[in-house]
Design a protein around this ligand. Structure first.
Ligand code: NI
Length: 169
């Protein structure tokens, strides 16, 4: 297992669109395990492969209270979304220390392949629904701050660039 480097906004690689995974082999399972380790080490509830600069349709998440129920979504597709929406405060490992409200479908049903390569469906609501939609956006090259106003986004970009400069100084 290895911890992977997480890309930070506004890194342009975060806007790459991920390709579907053609076969769930040892290489993919290793990536899954490394992503789970990376997510846990960073205290995150979700991580998309895009964030570790691997542009394949793969998400890991764990929104359980004890962080002991990891979920792996390979080639995820939303097969149902609730007509109701909900607003929740979101954060992102690629945009550290920035939190803001985003409106998304309150409930979703997602179809994906698991770590074993077998298809399954999962119903998600609450934090899990937010997480699925947030992480699937990453696979499309979209970061949650893109839902915010241009003004807020500009401020976040400036703050992130300053943070990166400070860290490398
Ligand atoms: Ni994120």
């Amino acid at each position: 297992m290895a911890r992977l480097n997480i890309l930070r906004y506004p890194d342009p690689r975060l806007h790459t669109v991920a390709r579907p995974i053609e076969g769930v082999d040892e290489h993919i399972r290793q990536l899954v395990d490394d992503m789970l380790e990376t997510m846990c080490a960073a205290d995150g509830v979700g991580l998309a492969a895009t964030q570790v600069d691997v542009h394949l349709q793969l998400i890991v998440m764990d929104t359980s209270e004890l962080h002991d129920q990891p979920v792996v979504l390979i080639n995820p597709a939303l097969i149902w979304t609730s007509p109701e929406f909900a607003v929740a405060e979101e954060g992102c490992l690629s945009v550290p220390q920035i939190y803001d409200k985003v409106e998304r479908h309150a409930r979703v049903r997602v179809q994906a392949l698991g770590r074993d390569g077998q298809p399954f469906e999962m119903d998600a609501e609450g934090l899990a629904a937010v997480c699925v939609q947030h992480e699937m956006d990453h696979l499309l090259g979209k970061v949650f701050v893109e839902y915010l106003s241009q003004l807020k986004r500009d401020r976040i970009r400036t703050k992130m660039l300053k943070k990166l400069r400070d860290e490398s100084a």
